[in-house]
Design a protein. Structure first.
Length: 269
């Protein structure tokens, strides 16, 4: 069902899938995008696609070239060259972002996270995250990750042009990332002479970390829910706040312990 499956090779997923009618019977099937069929702007673009392409890439550039005194150069550089570059950068999301980079959140698909690709694809290079948490409007979830699309969407929300922005709960993100760390560490540990013993330690520390994380986020959610309903009394608030801080500190210490342990196993491999 994937029209540009990365499993069929780089060239196919990059642009080969468009050069032949591999799934001609499905090209007119819009059942999976009924919401877009109701969007007047989208349908206007769909119905006048060729005219828009010609006007935007040749009409406007020709006009700018006439004003500048060099029509041909403007059409070639601002029209053809720009169009080719933007298309291939976009195609990289389906091809290069599935073969180059890391998989910190899931290995059930071929998508990768790659900060270099993100620079050229307006943030889409953090593709591994996008594939497992596809409903999240973000691709780069950390403050330092280059994701101008995320910043634009968030910025537009302040003026009412975007709304109901969805993000994945932090707990789910952390658990997905830690599960992959356990998997990678286990693969390395399996090559050690004392693999079974080390694996038991690794699994135990992981289970402790998961339990502490569950306790921490459960308490955090409870505090937020009670505060939202203004049901927290002064004494109860103090008790919950103390418990929350205690759990947070315990979780941080366990994370440090887990990180050192997993890095140590990597070093042994």
């Amino acid at each position: 069902k994937d029209p540009y499956s990365a499993k069929k090779g780089f060239w196919f997923s990059h642009m080969g899938w468009m050069l032949r009618e591999y799934q001609a019977e499905s090209y007119g099937d819009y059942r999976n995008c009924k919401d877009l069929l109701k969007d007047k702007v989208v349908m206007w673009q769909h119905n006048h696609y060729l005219a828009i392409v010609l006007a935007a890439n040749f009409g406007i550039t020709a006009l700018l070239g006439w004003i500048n005194g060099d029509v041909l150069s403007m059409i070639l550089i601002a029209g053809v060259f720009r169009l080719v570059m933007v298309h291939h950068v976009t195609f990289f999301i389906n091809s290069l972002a599935h073969i180059w980079g890391s998989r910190p959140y899931t290995d059930t698909n071929t998508a990768r996270d790659n900060g270099v690709i993100a620079l050229f694809t307006f943030g889409e290079g953090y593709h591994n995250y996008h594939h497992i948490f596809e409903y999240d409007y973000r691709n780069g979830i950390k403050w330092y990750q280059y994701d101008p699309t995320k910043w634009l969407i968030k910025g537009l929300s302040y003026v009412g042009l975007t709304k109901n922005l969805r993000t994945c709960p932090e707990e789910r993100i952390e658990k997905a990332r830690l599960a992959m760390q356990l998997k990678y560490a286990s693969q390395k540990v399996s090559k050690l002479p004392n693999a079974e013993e080390v694996m038991q330690t690794l699994q135990h520390e992981y289970d402790v970390l998961m339990q502490k994380m569950t306790d921490y986020y459960t308490t955090k959610k409870r505090i937020m829910a009670l505060r939202k309903k203004h049901l927290l009394k002064s004494m109860e608030r103090l008790e919950l706040d103390f418990k929350y801080k205690e759990l947070k500190q315990s979780l941080l210490l366990q994370k440090e312990k887990w990180l050192k342990l997993s890095q140590m196993e990597f070093a042994f491999s």
